[in-house]
Design a protein around this ligand. Structure first.
Ligand code: G6P
Length: 608
């Protein structure tokens, strides 16, 4: 979703801004632009489409010597993707350029007011009003103006601003949208995300809600929401630029799938001590699990799918009731949650607007919150009472793979911990589970050897219009994620169903040539799933069976068997999902899709 970059220093700003925008491409966008202070005036160059087009446009215009500017990638919400709707937006008198991430909820009312006062509104966006409003409030102090803007605007935002009368200076503020300031030597940057600043520095400040900053080549001054100067901690990025580059792979997605063993290893190994899960420092103590009435998992997309697996595992091992709810539903449902409950929020980015809102709702009702989060110092990580980081490293492909894998691993540890604390899992059993979890990276390595088989299967079925995924228990939860991956990457319509539910309506869609992928990785449920498979096979489906059991592709039950490494059903979702991610990847490649940046999708969804 939209990306912000800003630079001020002694060298030319355009190459730095473009480099930063390229690094933010993965967030998803459909237009882009930059604004520069040049000879006391503000110049903007914007274009619908890719950064490459903006790059070409800037080159063809040429002559940009400015050392200070802001840039933006826009993911359309209000108004179609177009040059005019692209950011930066200018104030009416063309002295202010502004980029915005988020959604301004009261923009219509402000727009009418501005129009009545004679301002000329050029775009359909909510963001443009902020530029005009800035002009209206501006009396020579940009920080004071930003604070006024914050009071007047409702909604979520991160703003970066340059003003023609302040060459070399940038100003920014945020509420419910991420913004960091990269600290260099004689040069500084503003960005919505770390990859954009890594070209210059590994040091950064995280701006909190309501704070504003003035950024010059030689310094950064941060103000609180009443305009007082405050001290900020300087963080250091622990991963390097190469982790955010393709490293010889054709796409980030396949690179990140191949990185799953490492992601899982880094997530679990530091948290297994003396053979048992050590999670107290994440806020997950034995006492916490002993005292709670229930656990509520809230998340969106794949993170929710990880939560569905977590629900099965935590309930199985601890008998503590667990709900796993879509964050956007949870937040408006007046959820039954209170001081006796634990709310686990799962989020790769830690910035998903609905997930954050759901967490705040749970907190407001007195629940204890723990975030399973990948991005260090993100909103979710900072706001939750405890945080269990998934050390997957930067994930660039929009469709998550390694972050999902590490979320599952983190949830297994939570399940064992809850089981032990609640007394439903013995220490001996817990040690056995932990030993299995510790073996996961090795098993995933083995799993990845299925790559060629999945590529072949993809070549057989990539041109089908519909695919169904079925499974029971934990396989049903994994099927949801398998199906989402296919949809995201290949644009093939697909649905995931509980094996036993298919017959209640959806089976009417199965006909000759429909592809059904059945996940059967729990020996206790093999027979049940195989009966479901037979019923679709009898109706002409082409069936791929993903299993750790000993099945043969006999043409009666299934056409192909994808044999994943054997483990107990406890960990099977981690092993069944790998071939499914590979399948989605190769189907997407065969269809010529934009693998790392699928249409209409954003990596981090910071709007409702
Ligand atoms: C977007 C991404 C998904 C992701 C979801 C939740 O929709 O495209 O891949 O699962 O957001 O994101 P989060 O950062 O909260 O895990």
């Amino acid at each position: 979703m939209c990306g912000i970059v800003g630079f001020t220093g002694k060298r030319e700003a355009v190459p730095v801004l473009l480099n930063g925008l390229y690094k933010l491409e993965y967030r998803g966008y459909d237009s882009a632009g930059v604004a520069l202070i040049q000879d006391g005036r503000i110049e903007t160059v914007k274009t619908k489409g890719r950064i490459k087009e903006l790059d070409e446009k800037l080159q063809s215009i040429g002559g940009f010597k400015s050392t200070c500017g802001i840039g933006h990638t826009r993911w359309a919400t209000h108004g179609e993707p177009s040059d005019v709707n692209a950011h930066p937006h200018l104030s009416d008198n063309r002295t202010i350029a502004l980029v915005h991430n988020g959604i301004l909820e009261n923009y219509l009312e402000i727009r009418e007011m501005l129009k009545a006062e004679g301002f000329h509104i050029k775009s359909d966006t909510d963001s443009e009003v902020a530029a005009h409003l800035f002009q209206k409030y501006y009396k020579g102090d940009p920080i004071d103006t930003l604070l006024k803007l914050s009071h007047r605007l409702r909604g979520a935002y991160a703003f970066a601003i340059i003003s023609a009368d302040r060459p070399g200076e940038m100003f920014c503020t945020r509420r419910d949208n991420p913004l960091i300031i990269g600290i260099g030597e004689g040069e500084n940057m503003i960005a919505s995300d770390i990859p954009a600043i890594l070209q210059m520095t590994r040091k950064f400040i995280v701006l909190n809600d309501g704070e504003a900053a003035r950024v010059t080549p030689d310094g950064v001054t941060v103000y609180n929401d009443i305009g007082q100067v405050i001290e900020k901690e300087i963080n250091t990025v622990t991963w390097d630029l190469s982790s955010a580059e393709k490293g010889g792979y054709e796409h980030f997605m396949i690179k990140e799938i191949m990185e799953e063993p490492k992601a899982v290893r880094d997530t679990v190994m530091p948290r297994i001590k003396d053979g048992l899960p050590a999670l107290s420092e994440c806020g997950l103590s034995d006492d916490l699990f002993r005292g709670i009435r229930g656990i509520h998992i809230v998340a969106c997309g794949s993170a929710l799918h990880a939560g569905l697996v977590g629900k099965v595992m935590i309930e199985k091992l601890s008998r503590i009731p667990v709900t796993a709810t879509i964050a956007s539903e949870f937040r408006y449902s007046d959820p039954i949650i209170g001081p006796d409950d634990l709310c686990i929020v799962i989020s790769q980015s830690g910035e998903t607007a609905d997930t954050l809102a759901a967490m705040r709702e749970a907190k407001k009702k007195g629940a204890r919150t723990v975030g399973v989060v990948n991005v260090v110092a993100s909103n979710a990580a900072r706001e939750a009472d405890g945080v269990l980081y998934t050390w997957a490293g930067p994930e660039i492909a929009v469709a998550t793979t390694k972050a999902y894998a590490s979320q599952l691993a983190a949830l297994y540890l939570i399940a064992v911990k809850a089981g032990l604390a609640s007394g439903h899992t013995t220490e001996e059993e817990a040690k056995k589970y932990c030993a299995e979890i510790a073996r996961l990276p090795e098993l995933i390595e083995e799993d990845l050897k299925l790559r060629e088989q999945l590529q072949k299967l993809a070549s057989l079925y990539y041109n089908r219009d519909h695919m169904f995924y079925i499974g029971r228990g934990v396989d049903c939860a994994a099927a949801q994620e398998a199906s989402l991956k296919l949809k995201e990457i290949s644009y093939i319509h697909s649905e995931a169903y509980a094996g036993g539910e298919l017959k209640h309506g959806t089976i009417s869609l199965i006909e000759k040539g429909t592809v059904v992928i059945a996940l059967a990785c729990d020996p206790a449920l093999y027979e049940k799933t195989i009966s479901n498979v037979k019923s679709v096979k009898a109706r002409g489906a082409d069936v791929i069976l993903v299993t750790n059991g000993d099945f043969k592709p006999d043409g009666e039950v299934c056409d192909h068997v994808v044999k994943i490494p054997e483990t107990s059903s406890f960990l099977s979702a981690s092993l069944s999902i790998v071939p499914m991610q590979l399948f989605a990847y190769y189907v997407g490649v065969a269809r010529g899709c934009d693998i790392d940046k699928p249409r209409n999708l954003a990596k981090s969804v910071t709007v409702e």
